[in-house]
Design a protein around this ligand. Sequence first.
Ligand SMILES: Nc1ncnc2c1ncn2[C@@H]1O[C@H](COP(=O)(O)OP(=O)(O)OP(=O)(O)O)[C@@H](O)[C@H]1O
Ligand SMILES: [Mg+2]
Length: 196
Amino acid sequence: MQPILEMRGITKTFPGVKALTEVNLSVMPAEIHAVVGENGAGKSTLMKVLSGVYPAGSYDGSIHFEGEERQFRTIADSEGVGIIIIHQELALVPLLSIAENIFLGHETARRGVIDWYEAFARTKELLAKVGLREHPNTLITNMGTGKQQLVEIAKALNKKVKLLILDEPTSSLNETRSRCAARPAAARRNRAYRRS
Ligand SMILES: Nc1ncnc2c1ncn2[C@@H]1O[C@H](COP(=O)(O)OP(=O)(O)OP(=O)(O)O)[C@@H](O)[C@H]1O
Ligand SMILES: [Mg+2]
């Protein structure tokens, strides 16, 4: 079996900072990898190189996806082949609803009119998949950060994903929320205990 992804000798320099030096990363199909390193180690930079945020030509080295060398110039290029990134910083529009955010830029239309019926039905399916019990109409601004992360994941799952990158999905949560996300049953018990 050949790797789905191979990044070879990636070197990325910002003015005055060498963020990545000859980094290699190989991922086989169905594998889950954790990239670990201290603050400023270059994890986000590596993922931004992979997803086309930093376009081909702005770094040294090569990216091979599904056996072919790729030169992504934009995020749309990498999304086009199925590489989806959820960034460390949340990127939802606060005053739009869950459904509007999920379909932003990917609206389905019928005779030139956005098909909200279809968008809402699909959003309900996606929210069930990530275990978020909210109405598709709910505004992002009215939700906590943990729930917003789930919307980000639902949004990613709506695209044709072959490689999903989560850049520190819990970094925007505080300590209590991170623990709740990791142990929902225990968190529910704690809340019930505090109420009694
Ligand atoms: N746009 C930029 N311009 C200049 N320097 C940058 C830029 N982005 C990152 N850097 C620098 O590159 C290095 C790697 O940063 P990066 O954000 O990739 O680290 P990280 O491993 O994701 O850290 P964290 O755990 O804090 O998210 C750091 O020294 C950072 O200051
Ligand atoms: Mg980072």
